[in-house]
Design a protein around this ligand. Structure first.
Ligand SMILES: [Zn+2]
Ligand SMILES: [Zn+2]
Length: 269
């Protein structure tokens, strides 16, 4: 419902226009909340690709929830199901089943949230055991409403429209990892699924589009890696840079990365 409302809320900008301050607000909200989704929800909470103090988990979850990405238990539950059953009938958002083509694309981009697969099969025990994360999960609707109100308070209808635009684009960028990055792009690693490295998706999601590497090495804190002419090559990965920044500040540790030997052993060629 919240994401649908944000789509409709973009219409506000047709009446107010989008000035530079409001556009910068939209961009700021996009980058901060995308990093919370990719660095905290995905690489930290879902995959434990590095370790961080509890405060990072909590603040990151509040920010990711404010983007309409739901709570940490819901997010991790669905993501684990995706990896466990990737591109099979139990994958909640594969673009390939039960039908491929446009119907599959629509299902993976948005349709899966409108059916039974919206409800996770089970919730992750580690997140449920943390009372703060559990509270954020159950009250996940409050952070986006608070941020919408803050936008309105700061700059009126135009800034509320900028919030809606930022949230709508962010939603589709994250969803494109599920849809586009399982349909279009390179497969430098042998994963046995349809995951692909897609540079456009990586640009929009600050590094999450290198999805074939991610399916080959789910615990890797860096996703921007490929194989070219038999050698390991690094690709732009702003989320990884952000986590390295957290590490310099003492807020991230024990970053996990596959060895060159392991990377070459999974090469598809
Ligand atoms: Zn995937
Ligand atoms: Zn993942």
């Amino acid at each position: 419902m919240f994401i649908i409302l944000c789509h409709l809320g973009c219409g506000i900008l047709l009446f107010t226009g989008l000035g530079l301050p409001a556009a910068l607000w939209a961009l700021f909200l996009y980058v901060v909340r995308m990093l919370a989704t990719t660095a905290i929800y995905h690489r930290l909470i879902a995959h434990g690709s590095y370790q961080a103090p509890r405060l990072v988990w909590w603040l990151g979850s509040l920010l990711a929830a404010s983007a309409g990405q739901m709570g940490p238990s819901w997010w991790k539950a669905h993501h684990q199901q995706h990896h466990r059953h990737v591109d099979s009938s139990n994958d909640p958002h594969t673009p390939l089943l039960p039908r491929a083509g446009w119907q599959g694309f629509w299902r993976s981009q948005a349709g899966w949230l409108l059916g039974e697969s919206f409800h996770p099969q089970s919730l992750p025990a580690d997140i449920e055991a943390d009372p703060v994360l559990r509270l954020i999960d159950r009250l996940h609707v409050l952070p986006p409403l608070a941020l919408a109100w803050l936008s309105w308070w700061l700059g009126g209808a135009q800034w509320l429209g900028a919030f809606c635009l930022s949230t709508t684009v962010l939603y589709h960028a994250v969803a494109s990892v599920n849809s586009v990055a399982h349909l279009f792009g390179e497969q430098p690693f042998a994963t046995g699924d349809a995951s692909r490295n897609n540079g456009w998706v990586a640009l929009l999601t600050l590094g999450e589009g290198w999805h074939n590497l991610h399916h080959a090495f789910q615990g890797s804190v860096r996703q921007g890696i490929t194989i070219r002419r038999g050698a390991v090559r690094l690709l732009p990965d702003p989320t990884f840079r952000f986590i390295r920044l957290l590490q310099h500040l003492g807020w991230a540790s024990r970053l996990r990365q596959p060895s060159e030997r392991a990377l070459l052993a999974r090469s598809a060629s």
